[in-house]
Ligand binder design. Structure first.
Ligand code: TXA
Ligand code: MG
Length: 321
């Protein structure tokens, strides 16, 4: 790996200066690291697509410092207000109708009339957006189709040191935000994520259907994202084979090869936080494959299993994020 002399910002002000100049800069959020650009600057956003090798028709999430900034970009129905009040700042992205002439570069939404938006919980992320004074478009800070980064070091190695990164320590949640689309009073979950669907439904006091579960909302712009390590993945494995690496969940399995345990106590929150870093580490272990233990589907297990299934799926050259 070639690490060039990219200067990494060490303060929020330094990172804000890079972004104000129309350059890209990776920054921490509570979910995963984002690769940020001023969402009102089409050239800056183009640099994000180019750095990631991301298809242009896959729209980006816009990050706001506060609700006042968000209100200048999208229309909030009463249900959207309720969801925002309950979950922002936090790991929840809302796909809402855009206000006309809101200044967001067309390339951010890939031409859709809706915008995915969130207010992150990580204080450094909100301070950074406020210091830039503009909403930031930010996909996960990984080359398209690769594992999302939950540490600054993973961003640096993912882009061979070519992208400046503001280091905010390991991400607390470790999975991308949950994405809900809201159309009037209808809601659908477009992507599983760091907030479990059961918990969202309980807080809102209404069912939150998964995409395809009979909601009237369809999802143009949603692609079958892959979160793939370079090594092949095998799921639901109790006994890994010689030469493989093992990603365990719960207990103290005995295995004579590279092994990480997502959560020895079987805690899904801890497993979510550790998922991408464990996969990054086992990917670098030189094993012939990564065998993954079964993870229960309830709560955050829905999102963990989603990411694992995508990582194990045959690679599709187009559907990536
Ligand atoms: O936690 C996260 O959400 C992280 C951090 C950095 O905030 N960001 C992230 O972004 O995961 P990204 O680009 O990897 O995923 C964005 C997803 C894509 O699946 C995209 O298709 C979807 O959001 N999306 C964006 N705008 C949309 C829209 N208007 N309608 C439907 N889906 C949209
Ligand atoms: Mg991504």
């Amino acid at each position: 790996m070639i690490i060039s002399a990219t200067i990494h910002p060490t303060t929020i002000q330094e990172a804000a200066a890079i972004l104000r100049e129309g350059q890209i800069c990776a920054f921490p959020t509570e979910t995963v690291y984002g690769l940020g650009a001023d969402a009102t600057n089409a050239d800056a956003v183009l640099n994000v697509y180019q750095a990631k090798g991301r298809p242009r028709f896959n729209p980006l999430i816009v990050h706001c410092a506060d609700l006042a900034m968000a209100r200048q970009l999208v229309v909030f129905s009463p249900l959207a207000e309720k969801v925002a009040a309950a979950f922002w700042p936090g790991p929840m992205s809302l796909v809402l109708p855009m206000l006309p002439d809101n200044g967001i570069a067309d390339i951010v939404t890939a031409g859709l009339p809706t915008l995915a938006i969130r207010i992150p919980a990580h204080p450094a992320a909100r301070e950074l957006i406020a210091a830039v004074g503009k909403p930031l478009a930010a996909p996960s800070a990984n080359p398209s189709g690769r594992l999302s980064p939950t540490r600054a070091s993973e961003v640096i190695s993912g882009f061979d040191g070519q992208v400046p990164v503001l280091d905010g320590g390991p991400c607390h949640a470790g999975l991308e935000s949950t994405i809900l689309a809201i159309d009037g009073e209808a809601v659908v979950q477009l992507r599983t994520g760091a907030l479990a669907r059961d918990d969202i439904a309980e807080t809102l006091g209404m069912p939150v259907p998964a995409i395809g579960e009979g909601s009237a909302i369809t999802a143009p712009g949603m692609l079958l994202n892959h979160y793939a390590p370079k090594t092949d993945i095998r799921l639901d494995v109790i006994s890994p084979e010689a030469g493989e690496a093992y990603l365990a969940f719960g207990g103290e399995p005995v295995f004579d090869g590279p092994m990480r345990n997502l959560s020895p106590s079987g805690d899904l929150r801890e497993a979510a936080r550790n998922l991408f870093t464990c996969l990054h580490e086992l990917d670098a272990s030189g094993a012939t494959g990564i065998a993954v233990a079964p993870v229960p589907f309830q709560g955050l297990g829905e999102a963990i299993n989603d990411r694992l299934q995508r990582a194990a799926a045959p690679r599709d050259p187009v559907a990536k994020a």
